[in-house]
Design a protein around this ligand. Structure first.
Ligand SMILES: NC(=O)c1ccc[n+]([C@@H]2O[C@H](COP(=O)([O-])OP(=O)(O)OC[C@H]3O[C@@H](n4cnc5c(N)ncnc54)[C@H](OP(=O)(O)O)[C@@H]3O)[C@@H](O)[C@H]2O)c1
Length: 327
């Protein structure tokens, strides 16, 4: 038996309940692991708060990521004692996820943790950290320069916080756009050179404005992304990661055909393993101590439902790590 947070649907209403489950509740995948930590991501918030149709079949254990230790494996690629990370691949959406003491997975979904990497650290990054690192790699592969500022939107959230920290570590001058100006000292501790009120990016975007940004990591979508595109430097890259504000993109073709702006989509869910491996190693090298004070909070499984509402409302600062051994 193992403890899990279980999403259940009764009379059309989804609730998240702590349950004791039998191993037979887990899918028939070859690798069984003891989960140590999961995290709360925006998508988990949507799933638990029953918004955005993330989960279609119930009951389901949420948690789109987890770090743990292999207990048994019918696949030669893993053996008992291996420490592994899983993010994405539909886990916590179609398949039981990480908010439980035990999980079962396909071998091809798992990343073997490099020696020295700590499970709690890995989940202090989690899907958000991986996504931020993939976004930075995408900007670098598309000609990111250091001659101008780099914008990060949704900067005080999970992806945003890690993106600010990575870019600052790499020597970029980062502008952190946030709706929570009271978090300026947190954002500066992450490494932001300056903080921008996200209201400046909420106005309807003009087709083009002055060339301000050397690169952008956008977690918000909508007018924020459209305004960012209008202010890109010539041939500068933009990584679109999220939709915390909107899934719309009210822009024109002008940034693309007159400035050669490059808009790159970031997907962490089906990203190939070699790219993930490279991203995890780079993250560990750049942010070995994780986020600064205030960037990571450790909670138990029973704290998750209330926090899920908060993350969907944009009220979470940095990352929430779930210690699944805590009820
Ligand atoms: N592409 C991928 O593979 C991938 C992976 C992970 C996440 N994502 C997406 O990336 C986004 C961020 O995820 P996360 O886990 O970092 O979530 P998060 O921790 O909740 O961060 C989102 C941030 O966006 C800002 N925000 C929230 N509501 C907003 C609104 N209405 N208008 C403008 N800004 C708003 C807030 O930052 P401030 O308070 O600083 O303004 C909030 O903290 C989500 O859309 C998520 O689905 C995508």
């Amino acid at each position: 038996m193992f403890r899990a947070l279980l999403l259940e649907k009764t009379d059309g209403k989804v609730t998240a309940n702590l349950r004791q489950l039998d191993d037979s509740a887990l899918p028939d995948f070859p690798v069984t692991a003891k989960v140590s930590y999961s995290t709360l991501n925006y998508k988990d918030g949507l799933a638990i708060a029953d918004k955005g149709k993330i989960v279609r079949e119930f009951p389901l254990i949420p948690g789109i990521d987890w770090a743990g230790t292999v207990e048994t494996s019918d696949d030669d690629r893993f053996k008992a004692g291996d420490r592994v990370i899983l993010t994405g691949w539909g886990v916590g959406e179609q398949f039981h996820g990480g908010m439980a003491e035990r999980a079962r997975a396909k071998a091809e979904w798992l990343i073997k943790m490099p020696p020295g990497m700590d499970k709690k650290w890995a989940m202090s990054m989690g899907t958000a950290g991986l996504t931020a690192m993939l976004a930075v790699h995408a900007l670098e592969a598309n000609g990111l320069k250091k001659d101008r500022e780099v914008l990060v939107t949704g900067a005080a959230g999970g992806v945003g916080s890690v993106a600010v920290a990575i870019l600052a570590k790499l020597g970029h001058k980062v502008v952190a756009a946030t709706g929570r100006l009271e978090l300026e000292s947190y954002l500066k501790a992450l490494g932001a050179a300056s903080v921008m009120d996200r209201a400046e990016l909420a106005k309807p975007a003009k087709p083009l404005e002055g060339e301000r940004w050397a690169g952008v990591i956008d977690t918000v979508g909508g007018p924020a992304l459209a305004n960012a595109l209008a202010s890109m430097a010539y041939r500068a890259p933009v990584a679109a990661c999220g939709l915390a504000g909107s899934h719309d993109l009210p822009t024109t073709v002008m940034p693309f055909i007159l400035r050669g702006v490059k808009l790159i989509g970031i997907d962490s869910v089906r990203c190939p393993i070699p790219e993930r491996d490279a991203a995890w190693r780079k993250l560990a090298a750049l942010l070995p101590d994780g986020l600064p004070v205030g960037g990571t909070k450790i909670v138990g499984l029973s704290d998750v439902p209330a926090l899920a509402e908060q993350i969907v409302a944009g009220q979470i600062q940095g990352r929430i790590v779930i210690d699944v051994s805590q009820a």
